[in-house]
Design a protein around this ligand. Structure first.
Ligand code: NAP
Length: 309
């Protein structure tokens, strides 16, 4: 019998029924436990950053650690973790991210704020441009970035994607690498960051990057707080170089009450709600990976430790 340790106690209520059901659906006969007095008897660990379990050393039989989070920066460098690590690619999480990105892109594209809050009853009949006239840069072309790019393209936004490695994606303009970043930013009126936090991506949106964007460009960051140089963003907003920033993720979360982002008129804070892992669909992803592990098939969504994502 396969033994699975669900090591994220705060999330257990959501998975208590969904996980056994998903395991049964794929034909895995398993016992799911929330405590492991016998770590050497555990085959798989389901993990989240909030999990008290941080020492993976005693889990000598464990075939994989399965993260409930898409971003793995808090576990990937754990020196006790020698088992394969898989991150979460959850179709419903992806749907949530697509909705957040499209919603906030449309807010800025259509200039909705002018009409939602208009205490002066100003009748300004200026019509927004069409989406086809509003270039977007999608920084990150992974599970989330590509889905968000496709959704924006479906609304006719001209999207250019940017990634670490060179990519050929039918119907999508792409660029890569450090030079490519400045090229992509130079023509983007909306910039979306869906990158992992790694040493290479930290402070990627810095003073140089903001200066490369067209004046008044909008930044949407549902990726990670560390992608942005906070001081450079505030300076670029104050100078009018950046028109607005909608930020879902921050270096410290919850965002401290005295952080200048809260009060800056050019910043919208959303509290890390862009995309949540949804137990119903995520349990199926976890179950399928355990089925694969038990069948000797390659695991899905393996993290490459050298890249850090
Ligand atoms: P993913 O599938 O691993 O894709 C990551 C993308 O980033 C890839 O296209 C990758 O390029 C690119 N990338 C990584 N390092 C780069 C670098 N140095 N330069 C250029 N491009 C680089 O990840 P995902 O599932 O799309 O998730 C992306 C991030 O979203 C997560 O890591 C997490 O931080 C964040 N997230 C946020 C929320 C939220 O609620 N706010 C929810 C879930 C996830 P290659 O394609 O060349 O490898």
């Amino acid at each position: 019998m396969t033994r699975i340790l669900f090591a994220a106690p705060a999330l257990w209520d959501e998975y208590r029924d969904t996980l056994p059901r998903a395991l049964a659906e794929v034909g895995v006969v398993a016992e799911v436990v929330t405590e492991a007095p016998d770590p050497e008897a555990i085959d798989y660990i389901i993990h989240a950053p909030s999990a008290p379990l941080q020492d993976f050393g005693p889990f000598t039989r464990c075939k994989a650690v399965l993260s409930l989070w898409a971003g793995v920066e808090r576990i990937v460098g754990n020196p006790t973790l020698t088992q394969p690590l898989c991150r979460m690619v959850d179709p419903w999480l992806t749907e949530g991210m697509v909705e957040w990105v499209v919603g906030h892109a449309l807010r800025h594209h259509l200039g909705m704020d002018r009409h939602i809050v208009n205490p002066g009853r100003v009748w300004d009949p200026t019509c927004p441009p069409l989406a086809r006239e509003r270039p977007v840069a999608m920084l990150g072309l992974g599970a989330l970035g590509l889905a968000a790019a496709r959704a924006l393209q479906a609304l006719n936004f001209p999207v250019t994607g940017w990634s670490r490695s060179e990519k050929v994606i039918p119907g999508l303009a792409t660029d890569h690498g450090a030079d490519g970043l400045l090229r992509v930013l130079a023509k983007a009126e909306i910039v979306v960051t869906l990158l992992p936090k790694t040493p290479e991506t930290e402070n990627l949106l810095n003073a140089r990057a903001f200066a490369a964007m067209p004046r008044g460009a909008v930044v949407l960051n549902p990726g990670r707080g560390a992608l942005i140089d906070d001081a450079a963003l505030l300076a670029a907003l104050d100078a009018g170089q950046i028109g607005h920033a909608t930020l879902d993720v921050f270096r410290a979360e919850p965002l401290p009450q005295d952080h200048p982002f809260w009060s800056h008129p050019g910043i919208t804070v959303t509290p890390h709600i862009a995309a949540d892992t949804r137990a119903t669909s995520a349990a199926r992803v976890i179950a399928e990976n355990i089925r694969r592990g038990e069948a000797g098939e390659p695991l899905l969504h393996r993290v490459d430790r050298t890249r850090g994502y």
